[in-house]
Design a protein around this ligand. Structure first.
Ligand code: APR
Length: 233
């Protein structure tokens, strides 16, 4: 029998217990910055140095954190299921937990892209990007991150993945940002949704979901153990 396909949509909440801040829990500030001062093309045009420095700090921070029990449980899920992870996170904690099929909707901190050509992307690692670090096309390397107002190149592929889901697991996202939040409408009729998030999610586009109001690191190991024991969701 073919393995059941579980699609997991993750957001900042899954990395909270690793020590990375979420976006909407801190008065609209992200690590003490207003996101519009650091995460828009306008911000980058206005002050490249500030934006590069901000992401250099985020990249360096990755070396100080590690995957938590939530990321690790999702990797374990692959023992019996086909698992696709669609993440809005730019950290590399799903990779470091060992998950094998990961789609980053909003880019990756460990990669850079050419300022002129968003398709010119290279692995960079954890060291800082400085003014003068140039892509082969001669333009400045910038973070490989989708900023507010920029297109989300991975969204159609992610939608296709959701259409083949036998179950959708949503972890640690407020579903406030589109088009990512719209992915929950791509699942086939009758496919069940489980949400793991300690928040109320009153305005979330998910209705009728089984909502476990706990943190990812406390809820996922138990939930996933149950699914693995049963061999089905
Ligand atoms: N476990 C699970 N969920 C948690 C935890 C935790 N330990 N802590 C907080 N949460 C939940 C919050 O209740 C909230 O619903 O995680 C969610 C975080 O929501 P946001 O901060 O809005 O993050 P996210 O949904 O990932 O944001 C989406 O917005 O700023 C942009 O591009 C950025 O990818 C980001 C996108």
């Amino acid at each position: 029998m073919a393995k059941q396909h579980i699609v997991v949509l993750t957001g900042a909440g899954i990395s909270a217990e690793s020590g990375l801040k979420t976006f909407r829990d801190n008065d609209g500030l992200w690590e003490n910055y207003n996101v519009y001062e650091v995460a828009t093309p306008e911000a980058y045009s206005k002050d490249r140095e500030l934006v590069l420095r901000f992401y250099n700090q985020r990249r360096a921070q990755l070396t100080e954190v590690k995957p938590n029990a939530g990321h690790l449980a999702l990797q374990k899920l692959e023992d019996k299921f086909k698992v696709s992870i669609i993440t809005q996170n730019i950290d590399d904690l799903h990779e470091r937990a060992g998950s094998s099929d990961i789609h980053h909707l909003h880019g990756e901190l460990v990669k850079v892209q050419s300022t002129r050509n968003p398709n010119l992307v290279e692995h960079w690692g954890y060291h800082p990007v400085e003014i003068g670090d140039k892509a082969p096309d001669g333009s400045q390397w910038r973070p490989h991150v989708v900023w507010f107002g920029e297109p989300v190149p991975g969204i159609s592929k992610a939608a296709k993945i959701c259409q083949t889901a036998d179950h959708l697991l949503v972890v640690g996202t407020s579903l406030a940002v589109y088009p990512a939040a719209g992915l929950v409408h791509e699942i086939a009729p009758g496919v069940n949704v489980t949400v793991v998030d300690p928040g109320e999610m009153e305005d979330s586009p998910i209705r009728g979901a089984n909502h476990i109001r706990k943190s990812a690191a406390s809820a996922l190991p138990e939930l996933i153990e149950k699914w693995l024991d049963r061999g089905m969701v």
